[in-house]
Design a protein around this ligand. Structure first.
Ligand SMILES: [Zn+2]
Ligand SMILES: [Zn+2]
Length: 306
C-alpha cells in the first residue's frame, strides 16, 4: 500500500475527502472540521459574548464532538455559558450506558450537565409508551425528546439550543419530508409567532459529513464504543440513510446538493406562501402548529395510528 501524503503538508494522510479529492493529515482534518463549524456558526449570526447555550447531548459521537468543540474552541473565545442536557428516554439496555458516558465527558469538559427523563416528565419511559407501536419509535421518541429539550432550554434561560445534526442528518431529513409528502416541511414554511415561545436552534455541525464527524471523534478521543438504539432498525430513517449514503458514495457531493437544493427552494418560496402561525396547545400550553399538539396526542392516545 502506498503512503499518501496530505494535500497541504508532507504529513501522512489519514482521510480522503471524496468531494474535493483532497487527502488530509490528522492536523489538517481537524483544522478543516473546526473551520467548517466556525463558518456554519458565523452564517447563523455568530455568538454573542456571554451567550447561554444549552447543548442537546445524547452522549453519542455527534453530540460529543459538538460539546467538545463548543467547550474547547468557542467557549473560551466568546465566554459562552454552556449547559449540556441529556434526555433519558427509558430504553432498556441502551440508555444507561450512554448516560454514563455523557456524564463522564461533560465532567471532563467542565460543562454543567442535566439529565431529564421521560419517566419524570411523562411518568413512563419510551419502552412503555411504545408498546404496540414500535415501528413508530423514532417519531414518538423524536416528538417527545424535542419537547423536553425545548422545555429544558427555556427553563435554563438558554439563548439558543444547540444540536449535533450533521450534513447527513440534514440531507436525510429533506428526503424524509418528500417521502412522507410533508408539504409543509418540503416548502420550508417558517411559522410566525414562535418568537419568545421556542428557543432558537443552532446546528453547528450541519456543514460536516458524518464521516468527518466520526473521524474527528476518533482523533480527539471522543468515540466511545456504545450500544446502538434498539429501535433504529424499525425506522423509515434507516432505509433513507442507506439510500442517501449509496447516492453519496456513487456521486460524492450528493449530500451537500440535497441540502443546498432544499435551501435554494426555500429561498425561492420565501414570502410566496401563506403564513402558518403558532397557537397554544390547550392541554400543555406549548406552542403548536394548527390545533393538534403532537406530544399531547401521542401521550393521550397510545394506539393512535396517525
Ligand atoms: Zn496536513
Ligand atoms: Zn400539548
Amino acid at each position: 500500500m502506498t503512503h499518501l501524503s496530505c494535500s497541504h503538508c508532507p504529513g501522512p494522510a489519514v482521510y480522503l475527502d471524496r468531494v474535493s479529492g483532497e487527502h488530509l493529515c490528522e492536523e489538517h482534518l481537524c483544522l478543516r472540521v473546526e473551520a467548517t463549524v466556525r463558518r456554519t456558526i458565523v452564517a447563523a449570526g455568530g455568538f454573542r459574548r456571554g451567550e447561554r447555550i444549552v447543548v442537546a447531548f445524547s452522549g453519542g459521537k455527534d453530540s460529543s464532538v459538538l460539546l467538545h468543540l463548543l467547550a474547547t474552541v468557542f467557549r473560551p473565545e466568546n465566554a459562552l455559558e454552556l449547559v449540556a442536557v441529556t434526555i433519558d428516554e427509558g430504553i432498556a439496555g441502551y440508555r444507561d450506558e450512554t448516560v454514563r458516558a455523557a456524564r463522564e465527558l461533560a465532567a471532563r469538559l467542565e460543562v454543567p450537565h442535566r439529565v431529564v427523563s421521560f419517566e419524570e416528565a411523562f411518568s413512563r419511559g419510551l419502552d412503555d409508551l411504545l408498546s404496540g407501536r414500535e415501528t413508530r419509535a423514532c417519531t414518538v421518541c423524536g416528538v417527545l425528546r424535542r419537547r423536553l429539550l425545548q422545555q429544558a432550554a427555556r427553563e435554563l434561560g438558554a439563548d439558543r439550543l444547540s444540536t449535533g445534526h450533521c450534513l447527513d442528518d440534514e440531507a436525510e431529513a429533506v428526503v424524509m419530508n418528500w417521502l412522507r409528502g410533508d408539504l409543509h416541511r418540503v416548502t420550508g414554511a417558517r411559522p410566525s409567532g414562535g418568537e419568545g415561545l421556542l428557543v432558537p436552534r443552532l446546528k453547528p455541525l450541519a456543514g460536516l459529513s458524518e464521516k468527518e464527524v466520526v473521524s474527528y471523534a476518533l482523533l480527539r478521543d471522543l468515540a466511545f464504543d456504545l450500544p446502538e438504539c434498539p429501535y433504529t432498525r424499525h425506522a423509515l430513517r434507516a432505509g433513507v440513510r442507506g439510500m442517501v449514503h449509496r447516492a453519496e458514495f456513487s456521486a460524492p457531493g450528493t449530500l451537500g446538493r440535497i441540502v443546498g437544493g432544499q435551501r435554494a427552494l426555500e429561498e425561492r418560496l420565501d414570502g410566496l406562501l401563506p403564513d402558518a402561525s403558532f397557537s397554544t396547545c390547550p392541554d400543555c400550553g406549548e406552542p403548536v402548529l394548527g390545533t393538534i399538539c403532537r406530544a399531547c396526542k401521542l401521550l393521550d392516545s397510545p394506539r393512535d395510528n396517525h
